[in-house]
Design a protein around this ligand. Structure first.
Ligand SMILES: [Zn+2]
Length: 415
């Protein structure tokens, strides 16, 4: 099973927007790019919303059938580990093995030394084709990298072995993620992480490192764009080298867990992958849930009233809602509009405040980030929320489609 060169992960918390998401991807594909849709949903999202892994499979299959989509598509068990993987075995054919919490866990000195010994061909000055400066690789560096990442890769190998026995070799896509950590992995670290994966025979087709900079939920990238560009390109070249040198799948590509809407790095990614003829997997997630709220606000009447109620409850419970996402949001509370003010807004004003149009005078990233993490509020509303999604499916669906096509795919694939 192969993922394909270009793929995009679309998350859908409430599983109502599969068709709208697929329409956006098919529209891009009609322009000649071949983008493979992947529906991703993490265990945490399933728990908050009260959905089951199979719901995402049903959503994807139904969307594909309804739109007569003929290409490949996948259902991603996003950020699973050995404790959570089993309930995804049946419904998923793409697994994101999240090993972030194992980074830095101790490995035995024997394992570390064995890894260092296995890398002796690469010590000294290592020239990676395409990277200007040779990498300086010492035993000390290898020991540090092994100490930091061997346990994580051991864990990836354990999950992979489990999946292989359950689903059969070659019947699923393997991604390894270590993005949900504070400090980014450098291209040199990535190189040896890939060696560890190859040593353990984990045939990863995508790898999601933590890139430099902040990837806050639902808002743009914050960080050093030049540094991101340099490291991203080096990562591409390191992967190229690792594939040939260590014998990893030749399809192996970077997976960018974007947290949605990293518009300012999209052109950098686009340029780098075009320059080197590389593929990419990009995950977006909460952006679709935000478009649902935008669509309801634009529908007016009861839709707008519900959108306002969502804000009111999000605002009241902001501390609890933000806590699990503390590392990936930056909300300036003083810039959150008071509930009474929002309750007086028109649908357009509400939508413009929430919609991510950089430079729009009404756009408020604080408002947006709060609602981004507040999907549990809508989940608690149950059918009160989802009935309106169905009733206003046209306006909500066109918001979802426009968002993915115009703001994401167009920027990322130069459409
Ligand atoms: Zn992630």
């Amino acid at each position: 099973m192969k993922l394909g060169k270009y793929s995009i992960g679309v998350g859908d918390r409430f599983t109502y927007q599969g068709e709208a998401q697929l329409r956006a991807i098919m529209k891009a594909n009609e322009k000649g790019v071949d983008i493979v849709p992947v529906w991703n949903k993490s265990n945490r999202e399933h728990i908050y919303v009260g959905t089951k892994p199979m719901d995402t499979r049903v959503e994807a299959d139904n969307a594909v059938k309804a739109l007569n989509y003929q290409g490949a598509y996948f259902v991603d068990a996003d950020h699973i580990n050995l404790d959570t993987v089993s309930s995804y075995v049946e419904s998923s054919d793409f697994f994101t093995l999240d090993v972030a919490s194992f980074i830095g866990k101790e490995s035995s000195p024997e394992k570390v030394e064995a890894f260092v010994a296995s890398c002796q061909n690469y010590t000294g000055y290592l020239q990676i084709p395409g990277i200007l400066e040779p990498l300086r690789i010492s035993d000390q560096l290898l020991r540090r990298v092994a100490g930091k990442f061997l346990a994580a890769i051991d864990h990836a190998a354990e999950i992979y072995a489990y999946l292989k026995s359950e689903k059969g070799e070659g019947n699923f896509i393997t991604e390894v993620s270590m993005d949900e950590v504070e400090s980014p992995q450098t291209p040199v670290e990535l190189l040896f992480i890939l060696k560890m994966l190859a040593d353990k025979k984990v045939p990863a087709q995508t790898i999601a490192p933590k890139f430099t900079g902040r990837f806050n939920k639902g808002v743009d990238y914050v960080g050093d764009l030049d540094r991101f560009a340099r490291e991203f390109e080096e990562d591409l070249l390191v992967i190229d080298f690792a594939v040939k040198e260590f014998g990893l799948p030749k399809e192996l590509k970077l997976s960018v867990h974007s947290g949605s809407d990293k518009f300012s790095i999209y052109p950098i990614i686009a340029e780098a992958i075009a320059k080197h003829g590389k593929g990419i997997h990009l995950k977006t997630a909460g952006t679709t849930w935000l478009e649902e709220v935008i669509g309801l606000a634009m529908a007016g009447g009861e839709g707008l009233a519900l959108a306002k109620r969502i804000y009111e409850r999000s605002f009241t419970r902001r501390e609890v809602l933000c806590a699990p996402y503390a590392d990936v949001i930056d909300i300036d509370e003083s810039k959150l509009p008071p509930v009474a003010e929002v309750n007086g807004w028109s649908g357009d004003k509400f939508a413009n405040t929430l919609r991510h149009i950089p430079g729009h005078p009404d756009y408020n990233p604080n408002f947006r980030q709060l609602i981004h993490v507040a999907y549990a509020v809508a989940a608690e509303m149950g059918s009160e929320y989802t009935d309106l999604l169905v009733k206003h499916a046209d306006v909500v669906g066109s918001c979802v489609e426009e968002n993915i096509y115009d703001r994401h795919l167009k920027r990322l694939f130069n459409l």
